[in-house]
Design a protein around this ligand. Structure first.
Ligand code: DC
Length: 221
């Protein structure tokens, strides 16, 4: 495969997007752009600077900051002005708030522009909610990942456990479902499958099975 492709992966929380995207990017020797992490970093910035009620002002300040997503050895680390915020952006509080902040049109415009710049030269796997529909509607491959709500809640709980974070199982279940509803029903760029995206239902599939399925499609096997 000579051409450096743009690969878009969308889907709800817990559908397996990010672990699949990371592994696929590693296999292809591509960069991985976690667009959710960008929204999360912005949200954490607002939270830390008491700017949740001043989003426009927050955007202009954020744009002066140095946001870096480093994809190395199959893992993504997120830095803001040199501070490693990778774990801080994954707390349940930031997850819930990010889903709210990301409904704001002005926020989305800025993020989409940053994401297009990062992916423009190809050789990238991007994951998010609107990659195939808005950010790169002409991506070379578009995937839409799904899994049953029960499976997605189970995965989210496992993820929190692995990170040693405190959580309440019932609250986690509610927050995954609430986030789905908000992300898919917002007015601007709602989460949805692009008409030409390939749907991958990951319920009952292992990570390797998901990745191989997508790799084979891309490689034309
Ligand atoms: O993929 P994630 O769970 O890290 O994303 C966190 C939130 O960011 C998600 O609830 C909705 C928002 N988001 C978005 O609106 N568009 C994207 N492309 C990626 C994430």
């Amino acid at each position: 495969m000579k051409k450096r492709l743009i690969i878009a992966i969308d889907g709800p929380a817990g559908s397996g997007k990010s672990s699949t995207a990371k592994k696929l990017a590693g296999l292809l020797g591509y960069n991985y752009i976690d667009t959710g992490a960008m929204y999360r970093a912005f949200c954490l910035f607002l939270l830390k600077n008491n700017l949740l009620d001043e989003i426009s002002h927050g955007i202009s300040l954020f744009l002066e900051r140095d946001l870096k997503l480093i994809f190395e050895k199959g893992n993504i680390r997120v830095f803001l002005d040199g501070e490693d915020i990778s774990d801080l952006i994954r707390t349940p509080e930031v997850s819930g708030l990010t889903s709210r902040i990301s409904t704001v049109g002005e926020v989305r415009e800025v993020m989409v522009e940053m994401q297009r710049k990062l992916g423009a030269s190809g050789g990238v796997v991007l994951d998010g909610r609107d990659i195939g529909t808005v950010v790169f509607p002409s991506a070379d491959f578009k995937f839409y990942m799904t899994a049953s709500p029960e499976e997605r809640v189970r995965r989210r709980i496992l993820e929190l456990q692995e990170k040693g974070m405190e959580f309440d199982p019932e609250e986690t279940r509610r927050s995954v479902i609430e986030r789905d509803i908000r992300d898919s029903s917002r007015d601007i760029a709602p989460m949805k499958k692009a008409d030409d995206a390939i749907e991958i239902d990951t319920t009952g599939l292992t990570l390797d099975e998901q990745v191989n399925k997508m790799y084979d499609i891309i490689a034309g096997n």
